[in-house]
Design a binder for this molecule. Structure first.
Ligand code: NAD
Length: 359
């Protein structure tokens, strides 16, 4: 395996791994490990270039630092990307080679599911590394995090609807779910169960048909999802759906979905605030999956513990929404500030402890 550290300012460790025999080309990006070993999923995508994959790994791993901090789990931020097409290129050899790459970091980074990586894939990685989580082991641990993520997002949608629309329930509210995959479909089910009226979009026509059939959803094209006449827009596909081109087409007053990096550029945070659109910061609302994985790694996973932690996501969002309104500052900026405070506090504590040990 060819291993090369990629120097990136502000990131703890970014490593490029290549194993030609196994077809592996991957980056593991560890942004920060102040709170504990880095933890975050592995994404398999046919990136157009090395630079595109590196940017994704960097952005996502930084997001994990913030997500884990506000999710209340003792893990730093990390993420991995594999340059491959998950439908064609995924082989046991590739997954083993990636598992060996994870293992070579000696516990600095724990991997888990993300787009293109299933629970079975994690099982395969586990044959060569102990630092892979998100599998339903015999002890009844969490397993695939997607249903938990969906549950956390649903609770977050409720919190946002209360804060911005004064709605105590989602009944009869109109919600557009963009991307009805593992998380989006389960979110759609929960929303439907609560009586919300659904509009769905996906590039996968059969997933859309399933949502239309099962939940009485209206169908809209992915390009028009942002402009759907709804109260709440829930982006659950890939990132970047809120951008300079799309923002003026948005009709919803709330954005609350599972996708990572929903805002293509940081200035969208202020732009949404200026338009009086309440944005539930992505890494806060979608944290339940990694919280489940974190509890699994710590050996503390129980359904009850997870459910309590998921409820805390809405408490955190309530706090962010209240502060945003009181200070007239964008929700994303408030979330970043809260997360940085958690990390800074932990760094201060660690420094004080090491000084005390030396004294
Ligand atoms: P997934 O791959 O199962 O689902 C994504 C869905 O989006 C698919 O149905 C896909 O066809 C659709 N899609 C992709 N590009 C699209 C486009 N341009 N327009 C419309 N639809 C498109 O992934 P997932 O696990 O459901 O994750 C969804 C999002 O939530 C991702 O951004 C992921 O990073 C994020 N997320 C997931 C979890 C989790 O536990 N799975 C946790 C945190 C964040």
């Amino acid at each position: 395996m060819k291993t090369q550290v990629v120097p990136v300012d502000g990131w703890l460790k970014v490593v490029h791994f290549e194993d030609a025999n196994a077809g592996l080309n991957a980056i593991i990006s560890v942004h920060d490990a102040t709170l504990g070993p880095a933890c975050g999923g592995c994404r398999i995508r046919p990136y157009a270039s090395f630079g595109e994959g590196l940017e994704d790994a960097k952005r996502l791993s930084r997001g994990m630092t913030f997500k884990n901090a506000l999710g209340g789990i003792p893990f730093g931020g990390g993420k991995a990307v594999i340059f491959a097409d998950p439908r064609k290129d995924k082989t046991p050899e590739l997954l083993h080679a990636f598992g060996r790459a994870v293992e070579s970091l000696g516990g600095l980074y724990y991997t888990a599911e993300d787009s293109g990586v299933t629970e079975d894939d994690i099982q395969t990685m586990r044959e060569v590394t102990q630092y892979a989580a998100g599998i339903a082991a015999k002890g009844g641990t969490g397993g695939n995090p997607s249903p938990f993520t969906a549950r956390g997002v649903w609770r977050g949608v409720q919190a946002a609807a209360r804060a911005r629309l004064g709605a105590e329930t989602l009944k009869d509210l109109r919600v557009c779910v963009l991307g009805v995959g593992a998380v989006g479909m389960e979110l759609a089910r929960l929303l439907h169960k609560e009586g919300a009226k659904l509009v769905v979009a996906d590039i996968n026509e059969s997933a859309v048909s399933q949502a239309v059939e099962n939940f009485g959803a209206e169908r809209v094209s992915p390009d028009d999802a942002i402009a759907a006449n709804v109260d709440i827009f829930a982006p659950c596909a890939m990132g970047g759906s809120i951008n300079v081109h799309s923002i003026d087409r948005l009709s919803a007053k709330v954005i609350a979905g599972s996708a990572n990096n929903q805002l293509l550029t940081p200035d969208m945070d202020q732009a949404l605030n200026d338009r009086d659109v309440l944005y539930a910061p992505d890494y806060v609302i979608n944290a339940a999956g990694v919280i489940s994985v974190g509890l699994e790694i710590l050996g503390q996973w129980t359904a009850q513990e997870l459910s309590m932690r998921i409820d805390r996501i809405s408490d955190t969002l309530d706090e962010i929404f209240t502060r945003s309104k009181a200070e007239n500052r964008p929700t994303g900026a408030i979330a970043d500030q809260l997360a940085m405070e958690v990390v800074a506090k932990a760094a201060q504590k660690a420094e004080a402890e090491s000084r005390a040990m030396l004294a």
